[in-house]
Design a protein around this ligand. Structure first.
Ligand code: NAP
Length: 249
C-alpha cells in the first residue's frame, strides 16, 4: 500500500551523502520514491548512498551542489524536474557546524554556518516553490536541532541558524498551505553521525548521561520522523523533536 501510494513521486534530499541525509534518502527510496541525492564535495560517500539505494531496488540520481549558492540550488531543482518531470518532496538536511565560544567566533565561522544552515534552506525551498505550486502538491521537511530551541554554549552560530529555519518553515507553511504544500521541521537531539563524532569524547559522554533514554539516536530514527511528516497531509508548520527526551518542553 505504502509503495503504491508513493511510487513515482520525486524527492530531493540535501546533504544525503552520509549520516542523517543518507538514512532519509534510503527511507524514501524504500517507499518507491525516486530520490535525488545532493552532496557538496564527498563524491565517494554520495556514490555509496547511490549504491545502497540501487541495491535495494530504488531509483536515484546524484547532484553535487553547494546549497548556499542560490544559482546552484535553482539549477539543481531544474535538473531534477528535467530528469523526472516533477518534484514532490524537499528535505533540507545539509548542515555544518563550526563550534566555538562567541568570544572566539570569527565572522567567517558565523557566515559559513548561516550560509549553509539557513541561507541554504531558503535557496532550496525557494527553488522548489514554483514546481510544487504548479503541481498543487508538496512536502517540505527541514532538519533543525534542539540547539535551535534550547541554545547551546559554543554553538551561537549553529543555534541561530537552526532557530531561524523554524521561523522560516512556519512562514512557508502559511504561504503555501493553499496550494497543498506542507512545511515542517524535525529537530534532532544527539544523533550518531560523523558530525557528532567531532565533539570531544568527554562532552559526548556527559550529554549521553543527560538523555532520559540513555543513548544517542540513530540516523534512521530521524528518517522515520521525516517520513511520518511527509505522509501527513494535515500537519504543517510543526516541529517534531526527536531527542530521547532531552528537551520535553
Ligand atoms: P554529516 O554527517 O556531517 O553530513 C552532512 C551532510 O551535509 C553531508 O552529506 C555533506 O556533504 C552535506 N553538506 C554540508 N554542507 C553542504 C552544502 N553547503 N551543500 C550541500 N551539502 C552540504 O551531518 P549529520 O549529522 O548527518 O547532520 C545532518 C543534519 O542534521 C544537519 O543539518 C545537522 O545540523 C542536523 N543535526 C545533526 C545532529 C547530530 O547529532 N548529528 C543533531 C541535530 C541536528 P559533503 O560530505 O559532500 O560535504
Amino acid at each position: 500500500m505504502e509503495r503504491q501510494e508513493w511510487q513515482g513521486r520525486v524527492a530531493l534530499v540535501t546533504g544525503a551523502s552520509r549520516g542523517i541525509g543518507r538514512a532519509i534518502a534510503l527511507r524514501l527510496a524504500a517507499a518507491g520514491i525516486r530520490v535525488a541525492v545532493n552532496y557538496r564535495g564527498n563524491r565517494e560517500a554520495a556514490e555509496a548512498t547511490l549504491a545502497a539505494i540501487s541495491q535495494a531496488g530504488g531509483e536515484c540520481l546524484l547532484h553535487a551542489a553547494d546549497v548556499s549558492d542560490f544559482e546552484a540550488a535553482q539549477a539543481m531543482v531544474s535538473a531534477v524536474v528535467d530528469a523526472w518531470g516533477r518534484l514532490d518532496i524537499l528535505v533540507n538536511n545539509a548542515g555544518i557546524a563550526r563550534d566555538m565560544l562567541l568570544l572566539r567566533m570569527r565572522p567567517e565561522d558565523w557566515n559559513a554556518v548561516l550560509a549553509t544552515n539557513l541561507t541554504g534552506v531558503y535557496a532550496c525551498t525557494r527553488a522548489v516553490t514554483k514546481p510544487m505550486m504548479k503541481q498543487r502538491f508538496g512536502r517540505i521537511v527541514t532538519i533543525s536541532s534542539i540547539a535551535g530551541i534550547l541554545g547551546n554554549a559554543g554553538q551561537a552560530n549553529y543555534a541561530a541558524a537552526k532557530a531561524g529555519v523554524i521561523g522560516f518553515s512556519r512562514s512557508v507553511a502559511r504561504e503555501l498551505a493553499s496550494r497543498n504544500i506542507t512545511a515542517n521541521v524535525v529537530a534532532p537531539g544527539l544523533i550518531a553521525t560523523e558530525m557528532s563524532q567531532e565533539m570531544p569524547q568527554a562532552a559526548y559522554q556527559q550529554l549521553i548521561q543527560q538523555i532520559p533514554l540513555g543513548r544517542a539516536g540513530q540516523p534512521d530514527e530521524i528518517a522515520e520522523a521525516v517520513w511520518f511528516l511527509i505522509q501527513s497531509g494535515y500537519i504543517t508548520g510543526q516541529t517534531i523533536v526527536v531527542d530521547g527526551g532531552l528537551v520535553m518542553d
